[in-house]
Design a protein around this ligand. Structure first.
Ligand code: PEP
Ligand code: MG
Length: 589
């Protein structure tokens, strides 16, 4: 952090998505629990404090009852969870104990509630019964709800913010981020989060500047402070001095002009200087993003992350609901291919209604295909919807996080069961679609030859491949310096996967964020990758880069790069070799 005498504060974080915005700060702190202060309550004020707590509970409970009443018939299966919450509001453990703590410790209600809810949570976490253990989430949600009323604030829904502001939050989940209304929110910054976390991926697809992993932005920013967010350099400036503001207004104009310039050329083909053609596809999270994929001339959808359809609901979507979305997507893209990846839930895309079990290491837990194989009915429902949608367009089926041959064999069994059910139900579907797996776990790289025998294509997911091979949590800002796409270990894994795909005659794609950063393109091209899927917004700039590259030279340079042993050497080599064609990297400050 960097303070100046005028009060201007600069905080450095991690670039979430490029671009610059200037505007007023709007604090959204879902984890308000972090900023609760303890203050003493005098003897004669204790009963007033207890009443304040009781009132907050009544309001929270009434609000909750309204939610239950307004519940759609279809959602009635979740009534149980919501009714459990109803009981918890007045539960002796939470309600009774909080009143007791206010009276005995003579402290404010917020402090007492947090103390008690933490105790109750710890108690539940130690219980062996998985059902009871899972109730930890219910306790958290109920006490958070009471807390918002104690603070006198309604629970803020990001989609309801109706001012042109910059969101400042402790953390935003990918689902929160996907609620951002583009016409209202200029950008966002968070204390937590790391490079290529799903929050940053959603920010990139929204094309709004963001800086993540700031550590203490929420403590330093107040509502209505003027903020500069420089998403390209990963910094924010709080209450900038006049000349800083002036400089950044110019910088913002330069960035917008640069982006417009690149986009003007986006209709040109992705062909290298020496005539090699590349296939640039789009990664999307929501069907609505098809517009941007098409505007940016994607030659298809290389990755449709389906989990967002599950994150906003407090139940599983039905087969027909999924079919409706997938069909809309393939029809919009037809005849271009649409790669639908099956549910990659858990990890950092967690929905407490769907799977209420909190894991100590979610990235290493029951995530993606592991979750689907444990919950076969849910998996079958999704596969049936995908096969039915395949009757209307060009679909490829992609399975995330395969870590061994057994898993792909099990997936194939589940697909056969889905086919059988569709036949019995006499539904129209198409089972002759390519089946692929994500290569994003080091064990899959090592077994790529054996895995290739069972599938039609590979798609390298570098976001997780980097996370798992470097042993760093992609959301953790403290290890973000080790999140290196150009690390020699990562490059060697890519080369191994490529060789396995080539030897077995199957197609190879890359759909991690690595494919959307121009600095990585020379080595990817030099190694022989030709199918790159990325955030639609990155397509024009990658295309521009490709159009200035020569494959022969890239191959030669790849041989040199693969002989280097550190990320710095590799980065310096690429920066030097390609300095005349690497795009805008305005990293002053
Ligand atoms: C990846 O891991 O590279 C990937 C594309 O998938 P996700 O970011 O959704 O984990
Ligand atoms: Mg992944």
């Amino acid at each position: 952090m960097n303070d100046s005498p005028s009060g201007q504060i600069i905080i450095r974080g991690i670039s979430g998505s490029p671009g610059i915005c200037i505007g007023k700060a709007y604090l959204v702190d879902r984890e308000g629990v972090n900023i609760i202060k303890r203050y003493p309550v005098s003897e004669d004020m204790v009963s007033k404090e207890v009443d304040r707590f009781k009132n907050a509970v009544i309001k929270a409970k009434n609000d909750h009852a309204k939610t239950i009443e307004s519940l759609d018939q279809q959602l009635s299966e979740n009534l149980n969870i919501l009714e459990t919450h109803m009981v918890l509001f007045k539960d002796k453990m939470l309600y009774g104990k909080t009143i007791e703590t206010i009276s005995n410790d003579k402290v404010n209600a917020e402090w007492a509630l947090r103390k008690v809810s933490r105790q109750v949570r710890r108690m539940f976490e130690q219980i062996d019964d998985p059902y009871l253990k899972a109730r930890v989430n219910d306790i958290t949600q109920v006490s958070d709800k009471i807390m918002t009323y104690l603070f006198g604030a309604q629970d803020i829904r990001i989609r309801d913010i109706n001012k042109r502001v910059i969101i400042v939050a402790h953390d935003l989940s990918p689902a929160d981020t996907s609620q951002i209304q583009l016409e209202r929110i200029k950008g966002f910054v968070t204390d937590r989060g790391g490079k290529d976390s799903h929050t940053s991926i959603v920010a990139k697809s929204l094309k709004i500047p963001s800086v993540l992993g700031l550590g203490n932005a929420t403590r330093n920013v107040n509502n209505d402070d003027i903020l500069i967010v420089d998403g390209s350099s990963g910094i924010i400036i709080i209450n900038p001095e006049e000349d800083t503001l002036f400089r950044y207004e110019e910088k913002m104009a330069r960035f917008l002009a640069y982006r417009a310039d690149i986009e003007r050329e986006s209709h040109l083909p992705a062909v290298t200087e020496d005539g090699v053609s590349l296939n640039l596809l789009a990664n999307i999270e929501l069907v609505e993003e098809v517009v941007s994929a098409r505007d940016n001339r994607a030659s298809g959808i290389g990755l449709f992350r389906t989990e967002f359809l599950y994150l906003d609901l407090n139940r599983y979507p039905t087969e027909d609901e999924l079919l409706h979305k997938y069909k809309e997507l393939v029809e919009l893209m037809n005849p271009a291919p649409v790669t639908i990846r099956t549910l990659d839930i858990n990890g950092d895309k967690f929905n407490p209604y769907i799977d209420p079990v909190e894991e100590a290491n979610p990235a290493l837990g029951l995530r993606a295909v592991r979750f689907c194989l444990e919950n076969e009915a849910i998996f079958i429902t999704q596969i049936k919807a995908i096969l039915r949608a395949a009757a209307f367009g060009n679909i490829k089926l992609l399975i995330p996080m395969i870590s061994c041959v057994e898993e792909i064999l099990q997936v194939k069994e589940v697909i056969s069961k889905a086919v059988l059910e569709l036949e019995e139900e006499d539904k129209i579907f198409n089972k002759d679609i390519p089946l692929g797996i994500m290569i994003e776990v080091p064990s899959a790289v090592i077994m790529a030859d054996e895995l290739a025998a069972h599938v039609d294509f590979f798609s390298i997911g570098t976001n997780d491949l980097i996370q798992y091979s470097m042993a760093i949590d992609r959301r953790n800002r403290r290890v973000a310096h080790l999140y290196q796409a150009l690390n020699p270990a990562v490059l060697k894994m890519i080369r191994l996967t490529l060789e396995a795909a080539k030897n077995n005659g199957i197609e190879l794609f890359m759909c991690g964020e690595m494919a959307g950063d121009p600095i990585n393109i020379p080595i990817l091209l030099g190694l022989g990758l030709t199918n790159l899927s990325m955030n639609s917004g990155s397509i024009p700039v990658i295309k521009k880069m490709i159009r200035s590259l020569n494959v022969e030279r890239a191959r030669e340079n790849a041989r040199t790069i693969m002989g280097l042993t550190t990320t710095d050497e590799i980065t310096d080599f690429i920066l030097e070799e390609y300095k005349t064609i690497l795009p805008y990297r305005d990293v002053e400050e």
